[in-house]
Design a binder for this molecule. Structure first.
Ligand code: SAM
Length: 276
């Protein structure tokens, strides 16, 4: 099947995407995905070739809506509740307790889930805090979830999840905080209100700065899509956004030692965490 996107133009659009989002698309697998997306989008926009689509994307997209559409079409949003569960346990059993000892009593502890995809990660943080963290009785905790993809942020705000998405939540926790629907599960309003979701590109320094400072940053399973220079740039942005003694967590296939050496690695049981 012939796509509108030639292999030569694939290289061009990849460079553009890389500059704007850090996403590093190179392989044949990415070619297929992008080519299918562009065929579909060109039809919706009624443009007959790649050149016209690319022109629109680069020069006629002052508000970034077409770029947003492209991001929504090509990002990989795979996630589920309690994924890499030992990290949430390290959060409530170690990091929050350590931070509570050293941080002024009158200010909230702030946690960023970057990227949060459809919300399972920040809501897993909330579930662990309400179920296991004693300190919420005397300390406010704020949780912010960000992602470049606006469709996943809309889904996160709705709090409706499939059986597959909730499969790793213990039955008693699921029964307590979710309503079983005909299809899937609805998260309780109280928990939904406890996360502030925003559409943010981690490479947009001004947007990132506006989020303020954090004590813990979860950044799991996004850096694997970036090349070395972009990984370093993002991790240094996180470093600047962390309060002193703050922590970063990466996905299990991502290693800070291969990116920068500004954090101290700490092992909590089987989990590696990184402290500023
Ligand atoms: C595989 S999901 C990871 C979700 C969750 N952290 C987890 O580990 O289950 C990767 C997410 O990264 C987001 N992403 C990719 N590039 C991004 C960028 N430049 N800024 C913010 N989010 C980005 C994608 O939209 C996608 O939802």
């Amino acid at each position: 099947m012939a796509y509108l996107l030639s292999h030569e133009n694939f290289t061009k659009i990849c460079e553009f995407i890389y500059r704007k989002s850090g996403l590093y698309l190179e392989s044949e697998k990415h070619y297929e995905k992008l080519a299918k997306y562009i065929d579909k989008r060109a039809q919706e926009l009624d443009v007959e070739n790649f050149r016209k689509y690319f022109f629109k994307l680069r020069f006629k997209d002052k508000e970034g809506l077409e770029f947003q559409e492209l991001m929504n079409g090509i990002t990989v949003n795979e996630t589920y509740f309690f994924r890499e569960k030992d990290q949430f346990e390290a959060l409530v059993g170690f990091m929050l307790l350590e931070l509570d000892k050293v941080m002024p009593k009158n200010r909230p502890l702030r946690i960023l889930s970057s990227p949060c995809s459809t919300g399972e990660e920040p809501y897993s943080i909330v579930l662990h805090i309400v179920e296991e963290a004693k300190l919420i009785e005397h300390r406010d905790i704020e949780i912010v979830g960000i992602d470049i993809d606006s469709t996943v942020i809309q889904k996160a705000k709705k709090g409706k999840y499939s059986d597959r998405s909730v499969h790793a939540i213990p039955k008693n926790v699921l029964a307590k905080w979710f309503d079983k629907k005909n299809i899937g599960y609805q998260l309780s309003d109280d928990l939904m209100r406890s996360v502030d979701f925003q559409v943010v590109n981690v490479f947009d320094k001004a947007q990132m700065r506006k989020l303020g400072k954090f004590d813990v940053i979860f950044s799991r399973n996004m850096l694997i899509y970036f090349d070395d220079a972009s990984k370093k740039e993002v991790v240094m942005t996180f470093y600047d956004m962390l309060n002193p003694k703050g922590y970063v967590l990466l996905g299990h296939a991502e290693y800070m030692s291969r990116i920068v050496s500004v954090f101290n690695a700490i092992k909590v049981d089987k989990t590696l965490i990184y402290q500023k």
